[in-house]
Write a protein that binds this ligand. Structure first.
Ligand code: CP
Ligand code: NVA
Length: 303
């Protein structure tokens, strides 16, 4: 048995999520200013584009005293057919941690099974745990605590799946409104409902936007066309037409509700400019918190 910890899913840190969020807050407040990862390196495998994840991991490693390597699909033999297992074993001899952003979640699992060093999911088609941690940090900052209801409107995608699991682990209420056939992953919802028996979280999945928004403190959405879904672009734009977060929907939630989006956003599709650039929007704080939450993750796994 390997004695290392990975974060491929929020459920991997079910019992440690509070500790990691506390660390993230400490990093943001400059309460941890040592260089705990001096001499350590992080390999970052990117099979998809990224602005926030790449930059926040790179800067995070630098600020913790370590080094990072950006390995894109055009750099690695992995994407010319070298097995994941060989890549995992070889990288484990050079570096102290591996972050991967890829399509198939199973590929991230295989990498973690074969690697001797911690593996971090920097987004797969199934989950985006690092985003959810930054989102929770943002909610604590803006709402004072996690005693809130999130309404997620749109595609039941990777971001949505990790939000559901985080809400379950932290005892928050979450209501997801998606068009039919775009519901979140069933296994994740079942897992979250099991966790919620202990934490008291209320998880609702619906196709009705108004039901989800009822008494919401947080309005969250993400793109209708995720990376890898481009072939379905036209169909998706049509299917999601009634799921745009606009001023009318925000007014149903009330003026104290905050608007969240993981970014990148497409103004005029899942959200209007008026909302994302308006006074209730906290999207830039969310993006900033990727740095602090990621430092917490790196410190927790690699120190
Ligand atoms: N939110 C997020 O993961 O952004 P990037 O795709 O820019 O990394
Ligand atoms: N759901 C989006 C998130 C991007 C950060 C995607 O997977 O493309």
């Amino acid at each position: 048995m390997k004695s290392k910890k990975d974060i491929l899913s929020i459920s991997d840190i079910k019992d440690e999520i509070h500790e990691i969020l506390d660390l993230a807050i400490k990093f943001k407040n400059d309460e941890i200013i040592c260089k705990p990862l001096e001499g350590k390196s992080l390999a970052m495998i990117f099979q998809k584009s990224s602005t926030r994840t790449r930059v926040s991991f790179e800067v995070g490693m630098y600020e913790l005293g370590g080094n990072s390597l950006f390995l894109s699909s055009s750099d690695l033999q992995l994407f010319r057919g070298e097995p994941i297992s060989d890549t995992a074993k070889v990288l484990s001899r050079y570096v102290d941690g591996i972050m991967i952003r890829t399509f198939e979640h199973q590929d991230a699992i295989e990498l973690s099974n074969e690697a001797d060093v911690p593996v971090i999911n920097g987004l797969t088609n199934l989950e985006h745990p690092c985003q959810a941690l930054a989102d929770m940090q943002t909610i604590i900052e803006r709402k004072g605590d996690l005693n809130v209801k999130i309404a997620y409107i749109g595609d039941g995608n990777n971001v949505c799946n990790s939000l559901i699991l985080s809400s379950a682990c932290l005892g928050m209420n979450i209501s997801i409104a998606t068009p039919k056939d775009y519901e979140p992953n069933k296994d994740i919802v079942n897992e979250a409902k099991n966790i919620s028996k202990e934490t008291g979280s209320n998880i609702q999945i619906t196709n009705l936007v108004e039901d989800a928004i009822y008494e919401a403190d947080v309005m969250y959405t993400d793109v209708w066309v995720s990376m890898g879904d481009e072939e379905e672009k036209e169909k998706r734009r049509n299917d999601f037409l009634n799921y745009q977060v606009n001023s009318e929907l925000m007014s149903l939630a009330g003026e104290d509700a905050i608007f969240m989006h993981c970014l990148p956003a497409i103004r005029g599709e899942e959200v209007t400019s008026e909302v994302i650039d308006g006074s209730q929007s906290v999207v830039i704080d969310q993006a900033e918190n990727r740095l602090h939450a990621q430092k917490a993750v790196l410190y927790y796994l690699m120190k």
